[in-house]
Structures are given as structure tokens and as C-alpha cells.
Design a protein around this ligand. Structure first.
Ligand code: APR
Ligand code: PHB
Length: 391
């Protein structure tokens, strides 16, 4: 099998890349180890930056998002029973975000790819990337019980944090920057209308809580829990009681309860792999970097990477210059480190570390008061949350 771009992984990064390349007249093959139903139902975050929304629309993948997605013009920070709204358009010259679940983005891109794009093989597991530093990189993969080889001009590893592509970059050329956190998020889906029309990020002495949503009738909520917590160790009423405590206010706001349909725990990690390119192998999305979910940046970073790669390859095709491909890693990493910084700041602003001291508690409250009391600090948060421009 032969193609111009071999794409490993059909998460948002791989699927969007295949679409962007198709629109630019460049052929690709996508290899995905899981089956279609698995990819379409994996629960992930759901906040699209303004720039991500624009890219999906331009790629011809925005119709259902525009019908069903919810435009959000702000978030609420809650601390010490107080409420502060960050007004995105007022602070950023009109920018906002869209609440539209990552699973829905994947469903839309899969349908488009199968209808109009090149091959997308499910249950096709990449085993290794070979000859990455030559003009003819190859992906060895297993599909329908047989081993095959995909011969490519370029390979893009969009295979997430647990994928194989990253391993093809020699260790002596690699630097990894990493931090784990001593807590995770217990996330639930519940059949109840969201208790607030915007997301609520709450800092509480008992730990962080987040109110989000999937639709006008489905809530998504999270609780900070100790690292390694088993989701099943939390009873449904216990979860609602704890959410209620952490979201407490000094006014008459109330948290509505409803049947919990799903429960799971997500670990928290910051991770960056440098460089993101070796020869003709490029890494994109979670394959190269992870952010803790507090800043809602994971999907948006993946989109930035694949837009950068598609532009660079189109430039090579049209102008015969590898200049942008050569700059790929550097271009992506500038934006990635800004998102790493923001996600770290949001995480340490709102979570309570197990060994937190009263001094650190006071500092967190002072940082929150600063955001609520200073237009400059508020603007800084709004700019980062709605997203930095694509490089
Ligand atoms: N061969 C083929 N496919 C693979 C392999 C492999 N060896 N290893 C992993 N995959 C597939 C996974 O099954 C998954 O579908 O690669 C895909 C990677 O997708 P994601 O993990 O979703 O990563 P990415 O596309 O970079 O999306 C970025 O944004 O909200 C965040 O972390 C969240 O997934 C999200 C990310
Ligand atoms: C979500 O809706 O799943 C979500 C929203 C905002 C975040 C993280 C997750 O910061």
C-alpha cells in the first residue's frame, strides 16, 4: 500500500489532518487501532476555541457544530462562596468559545472522510514507523489478522499519548518535560439540564469542581479526587453532595441533580516531547504533548498542530520549499508552551494539593481576587482561554 501521507490514529488530530489534506488535494491513509464505535463514543472534553471553530468551518466540517454547538461568551470562577464572571467578548475584542463535544467532532469528521476522503482503516494497528529519517518512511501495521506495510512520503503520528510513533524518534535526540499531579478528576455525565448556562470553575478547601455540559439537557461535572481513585468507590448521592458543597455560593444558586449515566476518573499530567519531528516523521496532538484538562486546551492544541502541518506540506507542494516543514516543531512548540503554562496556572489556581498549607490557600484566593478585581488580569485569562492565534 502506498500514499503521500500516512496518518497514525483517528482521534481529532488524525481525522482533521486527513480532511485538511484532502481539501488541499493531497492523498493520505489513516490507520486506527480501535473500531469505529469506540472512537465515536470515547468521552473527552468539549470546549472549542474560536480558532478551532473557524478551522472546522473552513474544512467543511462545521454544519452540525453550528446547529447543535452552544456558543459561550464567558465562564464563572467561584471561590469563597463568591462568583466572578469572565466576559470573553468584552475582554478580547469579540472572541468566544463553543461547547461541542469532541466525540461529536470525531463523528462528523469520520462521516466526511468515509464519504469523500481517502482510506480510513479501523482495527488497523500501527506496529512501528521505520526509516523515518529517509525519503521513504514506512508504517508497519496489522489489519484483519495480516501484517502489511504502508509506504509513505511523510508519516504523521496522531496516535495519542500511548501510541507508537513517538518511539521512532531516537532517545538521544529527544527531550521530555513532564509533571504529574497528585490528583485526578472524577467526571460524570448526568441527564439533567446544566444548573448554570456557562461553565463554572470552583476553588474550594475540599478541592476543585467544574460544571460543564454536553447539551441543554445533559450536564458534565467533575470533582477533584486523590490520584488513583476508583470511580466506582463514589456513590451517586455522595457525588452530588460533594458537588453541592464545592459549588456553594452566598446567594440562592442551586445545583440540580439527575440520574448519573457515566462515571470515570481522568489522571492529570503535563507533558511535552521535543522535537516534534524527525526526518519525515511528524508528531501531532497528544502523541507529542499533554495538558491537564483545567484549561480545556487538549483538542485545540491538536488542531493547531495539524493545521500547521497541512499548511507546511501545501507550501512544499506549491512552492517546492521545505521551509515551513523544517520549522514545524518550533512553530508548534511556541503555541504549545503557552498552553502548557496556562493549563498549569489554571490547575494550580483552582486545585487543592494534598499537602497545601494555609499560606498557599491564601495565595490562591489572592490570585482569584486579582482576576476578579483587575481588568488586566481578567483579560489575560480571557485571551488564553479563548485561544492564542495559530502561529
Ligand atoms: N495504531 C493506530 N492507531 C493508534 C495506535 C496505533 N498503534 N495507538 C493509538 N492509536 C489511536 C487511538 O486509538 C486513538 O483513536 O490514535 C488515536 C489518538 O487519538 P487521541 O488520543 O484522541 O489524540 P489526538 O487526536 O491527539 O487528540 C487530542 O485532545 O481533548 C484532548 O486528550 C484529548 O484526545 C484528545 C486530544
Ligand atoms: C468538559 O466539558 O468535559 C470540560 C470542559 C472544560 C474543561 C475540561 C473539560 O476545562
Amino acid at each position: 500500500m502506498r500514499t503521500t501521507v500516512g496518518i497514525i490514529g483517528a482521534g481529532p488530530a488524525g481525522l482533521l489532518l486527513a480532511r485538511l489534506l484532502h481539501n488541499a488535494g493531497i492523498d493520505s491513509v489513516v490507520l486506527e487501532s480501535r473500531d469505529r464505535a469506540y472512537v465515536e463514543h470515547r468521552q473527552r472534553a468539549g470546549i472549542l476555541e474560536q480558532g478551532t471553530v473557524d478551522v472546522l468551518r473552513e474544512a467543511g466540517a462545521g454544519q452540525r457544530m453550528d446547529r447543535e454547538g452552544l456558543r459561550h461568551d464567558g465562564i464563572e470562577l467561584r471561590y469563597d462562596k463568591k462568583r466572578h464572571r469572565v466576559d470573553f467578548p468584552a475582554l478580547t475584542g469579540g472572541r468566544s468559545v463553543m461547547v461541542y463535544a469532541q466525540t461529536e467532532v470525531c463523528k462528523d469528521l469520520i462521516a466526511l472522510q468515509l464519504a469523500e476522503g481517502g482510506p480510513l482503516l479501523f482495527e488497523a494497528e500501527a506496529l512501528a514507523v521505520e526509516d523515518a529519517d529517509t525519503d521513504h518512511p514506512r508504517v508497519r501495521f496489522r489489519h484483519e489478522g495480516r501484517e502489511s506495510v504502508l509506504e509513505c512520503d511523510y508519516v504523521v503520528g496522531c496516535d495519542g499519548f500511548w501510541g507508537v510513533a513517538r518511539g521512532a524518534i531516537p532517545a538521544e535526540l529527544t527531550q521530555v518535560f513532564e509533571r504529574t499531579y497528585p490528583f485526578g478528576w472524577l467526571g460524570i455525565l448526568a441527564d439533567v439540564p446544566p444548573s448554570h448556562d456557562e461553565l463554572v470553575y470552583a476553588r474550594h478547601d475540599r478541592g476543585f469542581a467544574l460544571l460543564s455540559m454536553r447539551s441543554p439537557s445533559v450536564s458534565r461535572l467533575y470533582l477533584q479526587v486523590p490520584e488513583g481513585t476508583d470511580a466506582e468507590s463514589w456513590g451517586d448521592e455522595e457525588i452530588w453532595d460533594e458537588l453541592e458543597r464545592r459549588f456553594e455560593t452566598d446567594d440562592d444558586w442551586r445545583l440540580e441533580r439527575g440520574p448519573i449515566t457515566q462515571k470515570s476518573v481522568t489522571p492529570m499530567r503535563s507533558y511535552v516531547h521535543e522535537p516534534m519531528r524527525h526526518g519525515r516523521l511528524f508528531l501531532a496532538g497528544d502523541a507529542a504533548h499533554i495538558v491537564p484538562p483545567t484549561g480545556a486546551k487538549g483538542l485545540n492544541l491538536a488542531v493547531g498542530d495539524v493545521v500547521t502541518f497541512a499548511r507546511a506540506l501545501t507550501y512544499q507542494k506549491d512552492k517546492g520549499s521545505a521551509e515551513l516543514l523544517d520549522a514545524y516543531s518550533e512553530t508548534c512548540l511556541r503555541r504549545i508552551w503557552q498552553a502548557e503554562r496556562f493549563s498549569y496556572d489554571m490547575t494550580t489556581l483552582l486545585h487543592r494539593a494534598p499537602d497545601a498549607t494555609p499560606f498557599e490557600d491564601r495565595l490562591q484566593l489572592a490570585r482569584l481576587e486579582r482576576i476578579a478585581g483587575s481588568r488586566a488580569a481578567d483579560t489575560d485569562l480571557a485571551e488564553a482561554y479563548t485561544g492564542f492565534p495559530l502561529g
